[in-house]
Design a protein around this ligand. Sequence first.
Ligand SMILES: NC(=O)c1ccc[n+]([C@@H]2O[C@H](COP(=O)([O-])OP(=O)(O)OC[C@H]3O[C@@H](n4cnc5c(N)ncnc54)[C@H](OP(=O)(O)O)[C@@H]3O)[C@@H](O)[C@H]2O)c1
Length: 242
Amino acid sequence: MDLSGTTALITGAAHRVGRGIAVALAAAGCDVVLHYHSSAGAAEETADEIRALGRRVTLAGADLSDPAGPPALFEAAGGAGPVRVLVNSAAVFPEDTLADVTPDGLRRTLETNLAAPVFLTQAFAGALPKDAAGAVVNVTDWRTARPYPDHFSYTVAKGALDTFTVAAAEALAPRIRVNAVALGAILPPPGKPSSYLKTLAKEIPLRRVGDPGLVGDAVVSLVRNDFITGETLRLDGGAHLR
Ligand SMILES: NC(=O)c1ccc[n+]([C@@H]2O[C@H](COP(=O)([O-])OP(=O)(O)OC[C@H]3O[C@@H](n4cnc5c(N)ncnc54)[C@H](OP(=O)(O)O)[C@@H]3O)[C@@H](O)[C@H]2O)c1
């Protein structure tokens, strides 16, 4: 898929991993619809970085834990021209377990990490011009194959996102491809020190952690390569091998 002049919508793109994806897609030639929730200031900074690459940016705020969020976001994105690439990166990472998860906590996590990607993909497929090809990339986590004892609702939601990736790839072929990147240690969770990842790195076969630029590169290659659908690319330094 030729990305030059196409429009990409990236959720949770104000900073951290989502920012790396948005900047990589912009560097590959996409205009960007940059979604954010609470990080309006960081979203402005990332938008400036994308403009400096010569691409157009539309900022779109939405709360994706609210069922009204995905349709409102997609409607706002529509003003930027037909969206040909959708990257579902926004997520929450609550510290819950099976023992203490609450109905409201589970609902919020499923709404943000699963329902928002589902309904954004639905809106994306509905709005894509009939003669155009499109690509969706979901950002998931290699640990769905080997769940954490904590982060229970997160892991359950990302596991369902893995299944959604395959189901949507089947449902939307041949015009729309749907793939995923399953991340390992890229950045410490918000509020945790960088030493958090240094400890983790010792257990990773490649003995180091990733960075948002590597995730951006992987997303760009999945979007560009139009013979790949229903695939999940692990960026985890080989963590899944252990
Ligand atoms: N960091 C890692 O090493 C790692 C590892 C495995 C998987 N991942 C996955 O990679 C993706 C990005 O990771 P990250 O560490 O950069 O994530 P993050 O900083 O924890 O959050 C990503 C974005 O999600 C948005 N978000 C949270 N709640 C939202 C809501 N209710 N409505 C709309 N947006 C909301 C936030 O937007 P605002 O800041 O604007 O509120 C935030 O920028 C996530 O899907 C994560 O699960 C990351």
